[in-house]
Design a protein. Structure first.
Length: 125
């Protein structure tokens, strides 16, 4: 394979994957600080405000984290819990108004990142 092409391909080692996942989780769950409240929101809560399309797009982004976890060797139980978190977020998040409030409090991507970190830390120990 061409060295220039190889350099542009995404790295699959655990350290590179962890950095990608951390950046995505920050973008989806905490990229914007709300002044005066001391809390953060991300693209998940904002794009989820768009009826139908927003929640589907954010579910797809959440499933990317699950795909990365699978590539890193997460157990089936961990993957099932991650898919469950994304499913709950997408299902309840699709309910008008109440789902948007739910998205603010139930941060499925942060939960999934915590599950994946636990897997990576136990695998490296």
């Amino acid at each position: 394979m061409n060295a220039a092409l190889t350099a542009r391909l995404p790295r699959t080692d655990a350290l590179s994957a962890r950095a990608r996942i951390d950046r995505l989780e920050h973008l989806l769950e905490g990229a914007i600080r709300i002044p005066g409240l001391g809390t953060r929101i991300g693209a998940d809560a904002l794009i989820g405000l768009v009826p139908g399309v927003g929640d589907a797009a954010m579910a797809a982004m959440g499933l990317y984290l699950v795909w990365e976890a699978r590539n890193l060797g997460a157990s089936r139980l961990t993957l099932a819990r991650m898919v469950g978190n994304v499913g709950i977020d997408a299902l309840i998040g699709s309910v008008p108004v109440a789902g948007d409030v739910f998205d603010f409090f139930f941060r499925s991507n942060s939960r999934n990142l915590k599950l994946l970190r636990r897997h990576l830390n136990s695998a490296s120990a």
